[in-house]
Design a protein around this ligand. Structure first.
Ligand SMILES: NC(=O)c1ccc[n+]([C@@H]2O[C@H](COP(=O)([O-])OP(=O)(O)OC[C@H]3O[C@@H](n4cnc5c(N)ncnc54)[C@H](OP(=O)(O)O)[C@@H]3O)[C@@H](O)[C@H]2O)c1
Length: 328
């Protein structure tokens, strides 16, 4: 049995990590904010620690308390701000970059055995042509001008740079799907696709993966990952039209037919940017529109070979998530 301190435990992925840790019989300590909705963690035996990732004091204090009386402490850092809203740039820096700095500081101070840093496929790189990237790809994401990408990349760089002094392993999930709370971007997008509301799509694509498989990948990285290494976690790569058709097929709705030509999509983004300046947008923001027309394709061979990670078929993940939506 290990004792594991988990950030982002109330999030879409974090809940599944907490459940997977408990299922393995580990002792789980979670960082939550006073405002955090803890409903999805109800019934799970965890020790609560209150704190904000953006605070330089909160995380070391919480990790210090969690470490007391433990033979050793591991940390999984899943907390982050996933936002494509223009106004969230500074918040994303404070939570994603400074938050990771605070987690690393806490790990150093309290002699944490291993840190698994949950990063993203977006920190690896992208292409417009659908090139499949592996862990060694040269990062080209800064050119997207998307603060989620730049802050997650900066956070991952901090984590990997610390591998000289700390036992750090990084996992980079693709777009995560599964039964999710309505507030999550992923659930919202899935809902739109499953209700047949996505009628046109851009030229773009993503690496996709189920949420339970991501949680399992995090645990395998904790158990078997090589220090200082990153592991891409994805089951398959789908262009957006195929993704929308896959979900529509399973949900039994009319699939999208039209792929918007690139110049038209760029024009749409410029119009949305103008609107966003006057009336700040929540979901279809200029940065979200830029991301949608980009390919983030990953090769997860390393995780499969070195961690023994075996993700389930993506169609099964979609089926389960759609059934959950129908049940709502
Ligand atoms: N979802 C995806 O498709 C995807 C894909 C690739 C990588 N990832 C990465 O996977 C990780 C988990 O993502 P997710 O989908 O679970 O995100 P999520 O559902 O948005 O959850 C984010 C978590 O971070 C916590 N958090 C945010 N700001 C915080 C702060 N200032 N202090 C303390 N906690 C804070 C949230 O707590 P509250 O409940 O209090 O807000 C929540 O528990 C992230 O690192 C993300 O970058 C996600």
């Amino acid at each position: 049995m290990k004792r594991v301190f988990l950030t982002g435990a109330s999030g879409f992925v974090g809940v599944y990590i907490a459940r997977a840790l408990r299922a393995r019989g580990h002792e789980v300590h979670v960082l939550v904010r006073p405002t955090t909705d803890r409903t999805r963690l109800e019934g799970l035996e965890v020790t609560w620690h209150e704190g904000d990732l953006a605070s330089p004091e909160d995380v070391p204090r919480a990790v210090g308390v969690a470490a007391q009386g433990a033979e050793s402490l591991d940390v999984i850092h899943s907390g982050a701000l996933i936002s494509y809203r223009t106004r969230d740039a500074e918040r994303a820096r404070r939570v994603n970059v400074e938050g990771t700095r605070h987690v690393l500081d806490a790990c150093r101070r309290h002699e944490v055995r291993r840190l698994v840093h949950v990063s993203s496929m977006v920190t690896v790189g992208h292409s417009s042509s659908g090139r499949v990237l592996d862990e060694e790809a040269a990062f080209n994401g800064a050119e997207l001008g998307v603060h989620y990408v730049t802050t997650k990349r900066a956070a991952e760089e901090l984590a990997l740079a610390a591998a000289d002094e700390l036992d750090v392993v990084v996992v980079n999930p693709g777009a995560v799907f599964g039964p999710a709370p309505e507030s999550s971007n992923s659930a919202w997008f899935l809902q739109q696709m499953a209700r047949g509301r996505v009628r046109v799509v851009p030229h773009g694509g993503v690496a996709v993966v189920g949420v339970e498989d991501v949680a399992e990948g995090c645990l395998l990285a904790l158990e078997r990952g090589e220090r200082g290494r990153r592991y891409l976690l994805c089951e398959s790569n789908l262009d957006t039209l195929s993704l929308v058709r896959c979900v529509a097929g399973i949900a039994g709705v009319r699939p999208a037919r039209v792929r918007v030509p690139r110049p038209l999509w760029s024009a749409l983004r410029r119009i949305v940017a103008l609107v966003d300046r006057i009336h700040p947008l929540e979901r279809a923001t200029p940065q979200a529109i830029r991301m949608a027309a980009t390919c983030f394709y990953s090769d997860a061979s390393r995780a499969r070979e070195e961690l023994g990670w075996t993700p389930g078929p993506f169609e099964d993940v979609v089926r389960e998530a759609v059934e959950e939506l129908d049940g709502c």
